[in-house]
Every structure is written in structure tokens, then in C-alpha cells.
Ligand binder design. Structure first.
Ligand SMILES: Cc1cc2nc3c(=O)[nH]c(=O)nc-3n(C[C@H](O)[C@H](O)[C@H](O)COP(=O)(O)OP(=O)(O)OC[C@H]3O[C@@H](n4cnc5c(N)ncnc54)[C@H](O)[C@@H]3O)c2cc1C
Ligand code: FES
Length: 251
């Protein structure tokens, strides 16, 4: 992990309220899928913004971000050539065992972005089915990447793109047809993860979820990001996660 000096190469809108920023780092960076960066947007914004690393190759890294508050509003206005500090790679990331051949990706909202990095890392060697839920047609993004999966099912809350359902319902429908994965990797809003947890526990399918918590330092020091574990202990989402076995965490 290092605090890289990162120069914006491009920063463009990819869907309604969603942007992709590509940085050139001052040095090469080794990243595994599901890890994130803590981006400093500078000025009066002392706290950095944690964003999943969507793509990484050598010195070039891409983050996709939804405009939410002041930090992401500010990032959106920054053009090519702007230099920022990005602390990365952070967190444990997703790991798939050699004997887990069939992967299901289940994602919604900003949880779509870390799942793109899984496809890039495991897409060649594994059979991947991606079940991705968007709010509506305007929010659809990453399709070019997800279409590289063995199977891609994109759905929306209002039926304006794909079927009208959420990502967990899309996964459940395929499961019923016999498309059973060896492992599920997921990221998305907590209600979505809760519904998924109930389903995979009932079906006995191993599942890992990437959690989103408000963060401060991003490196395990401030304890802003703690979550409750099922064994009664606490864990730091930034350092012990963000990826946890679904049976380990209280959702
Ligand atoms: C591990 C991880 C990966 C993430 N990956 C992505 C991603 O790929 N794309 C994306 O759009 N968003 C992602 N998020 C959420 C993203 O961090 C917040 O949307 C962002 O920090 C909001 O910043 P803001 O200044 O615009 O909002 P504000 O609400 O103004 O932020 C105020 C403060 O709260 C923190 N904060 C607010 N919301 C969140 C949140 N949901 N999670 C963590 N901190 C928050 C901010 O970092 C900032 O310090 C991720 C969060 C985590 C923890
Ligand atoms: S953000 Fe500081 S310990 Fe996790």
C-alpha cells in the first residue's frame, strides 16, 4: 500500500450520475480484485473517499463513482492533468479457490464496480455468471465488461432495462433452473445482501460479500468503519474486509 501521486488521464460520465476516472500513477501498482483506493479530493475535504478499484493495469487505474455528496461532486469537476493523492491498494479483496470453477456475481448500485474487477481477474479461467441490478435504464453501466462473462443478466427496479426485478431475484431464478455456482461474490446495498444471505444459507452455497461502511483512515487505525461479526466480535471493514464470508457478518 502506498500514497500514490495520481494524475487524471480522463474523467467522464458513463451513466446518469455516474462517472469513471482514470489515473496514471507515479509507479506501478499490484491490485487484486475487490480492493479499493482512498482518494483525496483536496481542499477542505480532509477525509478521503473510499472507492473500489474497477480496473488496474500497470500504472493506470480506473475508479467508477456515483455522485453523492461534496467529495464526489468535486471529483467530477476535475479534468485531465489534475494531480491527487490516492492511497491504495486497500483491503483484502475477493479470493476464489482453485476448485471453485463456477462463480456467480450478484451486484447492485455502486456494488457493481468491484465486481467488474473480478471479471477482469478471473474471467479467463472461470465460468462466471453476472446478475446485476440497476435502478433504471439511465443507471446502466459496465455492460461491455459484464458481457464478457459466460452469462450476463442485467435487470432494473422499474423494468426499463431487462426484467423488472432485483439482482438477487435474477440469481434465484437462474438457480431454480439449475445454474448453481460453486461460490457467490456480491456487493451492493445492505437489504440486497441480506436477501442474498438468506438464499445462499438455505441453498448451502459459499458466499463472500464486500461491505460498504463510512470510513476515515482506510488503513485500520481510526475504527470508524467497524462492523459486527456473528461471533460477537467486531471487525474493521477497511482492513479486515471489505470482503467477508457472508456467514461471518451481521447484516
Ligand atoms: C470499500 C468501499 C468501496 C466503495 N466503492 C465505491 C465505488 O466503487 N463507487 C462509488 O460510487 N462509491 C463507492 N463507495 C461509496 C463511496 O465511498 C461514497 O459514496 C463516497 O465516499 C461519498 O463521498 P461524498 O463526499 O460524495 O459524500 P459525502 O456524504 O459528502 O461524504 C462525507 C463523508 O462520508 C464518507 N462517506 C459517505 N458515504 C459513504 C459510503 N457509502 N461509504 C463510505 N464512506 C462514505 C465520505 O468518504 C466522506 O468522508 C465505496 C465505499 C466503500 C467503503
Ligand atoms: S477507516 Fe479507519 S479503521 Fe477503518
Amino acid at each position: 500500500m502506498k500514497d500514490y501521486v495520481a494524475t487524471i488521464v480522463k474523467n467522464e460520465k458513463i451513466a446518469e450520475n455516474i462517472y469513471a476516472v482514470t489515473f496514471a500513477l507515479d509507479e506501478d501498482c499490484q491490485v487484486r480484485c475487490g480492493q479499493f483506493g482512498n482518494i483525496s479530493v483536496g481542499g477542505t475535504h480532509l477525509l478521503r473517499r473510499p472507492i473500489a478499484i474497477c480496473k488496474a493495469a500497470g500504472r493506470e487505474v480506473t475508479f467508477c463513482y456515483q455522485i453523492k455528496g461534496e467529495g464526489t461532486q468535486k471529483l467530477k469537476t476535475m479534468g485531465a492533468g489534475t494531480r491527487l493523492h490516492v492511497l491504495m491498494p486497500l483491503g483484502n479483496g475477493f479470493f476464489v479457490e482453485a476448485n471453485e470453477r463456477k462463480i456467480a456475481l450478484v451486484g447492485g448500485g455502486v456494488g457493481v464496480f468491484p465486481l467488474i474487477s473480478v471479471l477482469r481477474e478471473y474471467g479467463e479461467e472461470k465460468e462466471i455468471s453476472a446478475y446485476i441490478g440497476y435502478r433504471n435504464k439511465g443507471a446502466v453501466c459496465g455492460v461491455e465488461e459484464f458481457e464478457k462473462a459466460t452469462k450476463f443478466v442485467g435487470v432494473t427496479d422499474d423494468g426499463s432495462y431487462g426484467e423488472r426485478m432485483n439482482a438477487v431475484q435474477a440469481f434465484a431464478a437462474d438457480l431454480e433452473k439449475g445454474n448453481r455456482p460453486d461460490v457467490v461474490l456480491a456487493c451492493g446495498p445492505t437489504p440486497m445482501l441480506r436477501a442474498l444471505k438468506a438464499l445462499v444459507e438455505q441453498e448451502g452455497i459459499p458466499c463472500y460479500v464486500s461491505l460498504e461502511e463510512r470510513m476515515g483512515c482506510g488503513i485500520g487505525a481510526c475504527l470508524v468503519c467497524v462492523c459486527d461479526l456473528t461471533n460477537g466480535k467486531k471487525a474493521r471493514v477497511c482492513k479486515d474486509g471489505p470482503v467477508f464470508r457472508v456467514t461471518e457478518v451481521n447484516l
